[in-house]
Ligand binder design. Structure first.
Ligand code: AN7
Length: 341
């Protein structure tokens, strides 16, 4: 790892692990929405931006489905670096775009999806050449994953080693990072058992999970990934081999869930006071599905990674039907309460 002389931090990590009360089973949610910019990306960004600063880069660049953009924008601002975020036009949730703007990122939009944005970033880096001018903070940056592995340490400190860890998969870095964290705890002799890792993808953006279910040995890349969960709308995950290896080594599996299942799970969490964005609800949707299929048992201890905050994507929530009543006076409110009791 490059020598880090300047630490850029917003005090990320130490997120709550919450037992679910309304779900039949031993399920905990690791609420990553409690990070400074509202997603797990902050765990890695503190490291990535600290390295960028320490090697004297003035610019940092990422392609993103939104959360990486929001995170890098904030950490770059904190560290006094100029930040470019390359995003699919119309393809990221509004809260994330708002964050990038708030923190002063240069927002670059492309027609097309995340995979296109990433290929443009890689091309830009090739043309510029030197990392100490423009430092890349995409998932190809392995130092970010070193930050993300702390999720495993925190889970262990809270409840020991669970039977399963269930993770929404997009570019496929996080599931590998968490696995790496547990493996390192074992190498250090701190734990002697490892969890099984389960990766969840949305049906319409499931290059890894679909191939896994079909018994293939590599992903079926998709040119036009589509799902309500914009954070994981990725057709060519760059870290697929890391995720694949993690799941295989751990004895876990991949599973796909439909958009309806994701939105239902998002609501279930909402009704427990836990506000997550659709991509994050995929982990609960996957858990429910695997319980139904009999792959998981109710007494298995499962940790569901809730990767990002509900406020990231208000539009998706408001598009669903919801109840509200327009009133003219207090009596109407009183009657409303009385009619419900
Ligand atoms: C909420 O921000 O790829 O499998 O550019 O925002 O490690 O990619 C986001 C990914 C899950 C998937 N949940 O994690 C980006 C980006 C949320 C996310 C994922 C993302 P990886």
């Amino acid at each position: 790892m490059p020598k880090v002389t300047d630490i850029v931090t917003l005090r990320e990590g130490n997120t709550p692990l919450l037992r679910l009360n309304r779900v039949d089973g031993r399920a905990y949610v690791k609420f990553e929405g409690a990070n400074p910019t509202g997603s797990f990306k902050d765990r890695g960004m503190t490291i990535g931006v600290s390295i960028a600063r320490s090697i004297g880069s003035r610019y940092v660049i990422v392609a993103s489905t939104g959360n990486t953009a929001a995170s890098v924008a904030a950490y770059a601002a904190r560290g006094g670096l100029t930040c470019l975020v390359v995003i699919p036009r119309g393809g990221i949730a509004r809260g994330k775009l708002a964050q990038a703007i708030l923190h002063g990122a240069m927002v670059v939009e492309v027609e097309g999806n995340f995979d296109k944005a990433l290929s443009l970033v890689l091309d830009t880096l090739n043309r510029i050449g030197q990392r100490n001018i423009m430092y890349p903070l995409n998932s190809i940056n392995v130092w970010r994953l070193e930050g993300q592995k702390t999720t495993a340490f925190e889970i262990f400190l809270d409840i020991g080693v669970p039977d399963y860890v269930i993770v929404p998969v997009g570019n496929a870095g996080n599931i590998y990072a968490i696995w790496k964290g547990f493996k390192e705890l074992r190498e250090l002799g701190i734990i002697d058992k490892l969890p099984r890792m389960i990766g969840v993808q949305a049906e319409g953006a499931s290059p890894i999970a679909r191939a896994w279910r079909l018994g293939l040995d590599k992903p079926l890349f998709m040119d036009s990934p589509s799902t309500v969960a914009s954070a994981i709308r990725i057709g060519r995950p760059v870290n697929w081999f890391r995720a694949w290896r993690a799941v295989k080594e751990s004895g876990g599996t991949f599973v796909t869930v439909s958009d309806d299942e994701i939105l239902h799970a998002q609501r279930m969490l909402g009704r427990e006071g836990i506000g997550v964005e659709p991509a994050s609800a995929a982990s609960l949707a996957g858990y429910v599905k695997l319980l139904d299929e009999g792959y998981l048992r109710r007494d298995d201890t499962c940790v569901l990674i809730a990767t990002g905050h509900g406020l990231k994507d208000p539009d998706t929530i408001l598009k669903l039907s919801y109840e509200s009543v327009l009133v003219k006076d207090a009596m109407e409110i009183v009657n409303l309460v009385l009619s419900r009791s």
